[in-house]
Design a protein around this ligand. Structure first.
Ligand code: FAD
Length: 336
């Protein structure tokens, strides 16, 4: 177990904000995790479990305990002629998992290539890209209830997955600490390629998980800043989902508005387009920038503080609400 006091978190958040936590605790196995959870001092303190910090915005120093898992491992736990079931430790880097499964020739994760972060957090977030979400391949999640210390295997259905949403994000429920997830992958993959940019990239190529992964990585590198070079947390806001009538009214005023119809009749519109229409794309506000290739991404130009990023986000929200009557909700989690 690793315990550090007054711990710098700059390398634990992809905005690279120079904040500190009162304590940082990293456990290597479930026994160590239980020791922490049962500790009276831990129970009295504010605490936050993090992964790689690629979806977090620290407004200030964190006056509590930051918890981090070091539980790794990828294991085949069941096989059928058609499918393979993989159990993966929460601390595995998500994209390493994707690379491993693609190299084995298994299908299901290729569209989720290149998403930063760890495997436990991927199940919290229900990560998604290019028409695939983690819930499409997730069998179950192993988690400890932080308050009762009970360990449970939570089925896909019980995870209550939605668009970047899950049981694990519900603040009314007991907090859960994910130690592992189980995925169900295809041995004879049928890849889903339904995005224009991706289709173009794959033109003339055989559609295999490996080719799709390469295409996804290429398209992503064109559109998104690398957090190692320019601090960011990916999409800052969720894409709003509108009732059909509201979308129709908008379409009349803005015929060029892009849209993705959903099976239930509602329509998803890209938050990046709304932000761009309000004139923010490529603009700088002190040390905070709106990325010039994708207006949905806020970037730390060097010395931004969390509250400055939050202020720019708020001015974007107000402008979009005033012009389109749509309230953007952050995808990024504010801390502090
Ligand atoms: C450049 C860039 C591109 C991105 N592209 C995408 C994309 O295409 N699609 C997408 O969905 N996301 C995307 N993201 C967002 C981000 O990568 C995902 O949300 C990712 O799953 C976060 O993982 P993390 O390990 O960094 O989690 P963190 O940001 O550290 O935490 C995220 C949440 O998970 C919780 N958590 C972490 N670990 C555990 C655990 N073991 N048990 C319980 N709770 C836990 C945290 O408390 C927090 O609520 C992108 C981010 C960046 C920077």
């Amino acid at each position: 177990m690793r315990i550090e006091e007054n711990y710098p978190l700059e390398k634990h958040n992809t905005f690279h904000l120079p904040v500190k936590s009162r304590w940082f605790m990293e456990y290597g196995d479930e026994e160590e995790l239980l020791r922490i959870l049962r500790d009276e001092y831990f129970q009295e303190c504010l605490s936050l479990h993090i992964g790689s910090g690629s979806n977090l915005l620290f407004i200030d120093d964190y006056n509590g305990i930051i918890l981090h898992s070091a539980i790794k491992g990828i294991k085949v736990v069941k096989e059928t002629p058609e499918e393979v079931f993989l159990r993966i430790g929460a601390a595995e880097i998500w994209d390493d998992v994707v690379a491993y499964t693609v190299a084995e020739g298994w299908g299901g994760l290729e569209n989720l290539s290149g998403i930063p972060g760890e495997t436990g957090a991927a199940a919290v977030q229900n990560i998604g890209a290019y028409g695939t979400e983690l819930k499409d391949v997730l069998e179950s999640v192993d988690a400890y209830n932080q308050l009762t210390f009970e360990k449970k295997t939570i089925t896909n259905e019980e995870c209550l997955y939605g668009y970047r949403d899950s049981l694990f994000k519900d603040e009314q429920k007991d907090p859960q600490i994910i130690t592992a997830i189980t995925l169900r992958l295809q041995k004879h993959p049928v890849c889903t390629v339904c995005y224009k940019g991706l289709e173009e990239e794959l033109e003339g190529k055989e559609i295999t998980p490996s080719q799709v992964r390469q295409a996804v990585l290429t398209v992503r590198s064109r559109k998104l800043p690398d957090p190692a070079k320019l601090g960011n947390a990916g999409s800052f806001f969720k894409n709003p989902i509108l009732p059909a009538e509201k979308y129709q009214r908008l379409k009349e005023r803005y015929p060029e508005i892009p849209s993705y119809p959903l099976p239930d009749g509602r329509v998803k519109v890209p938050a990046g387009w709304l932000i761009e229409q309000c004139g923010f794309k490529g603009k700088k506000h002190g040390e905070v920038g709106v990325y010039d290739r994708q207006a949905l991404v806020l970037v730390n130009l060097g010395n931004a503080r969390g509250y400055e990023i939050a202020m720019v986000a708020e001015s974007i929200r107000l402008a979009v609400e005033e012009r389109f009557g749509i309230l953007l909700m952050p995808e990024v989690k504010y801390i502090g």
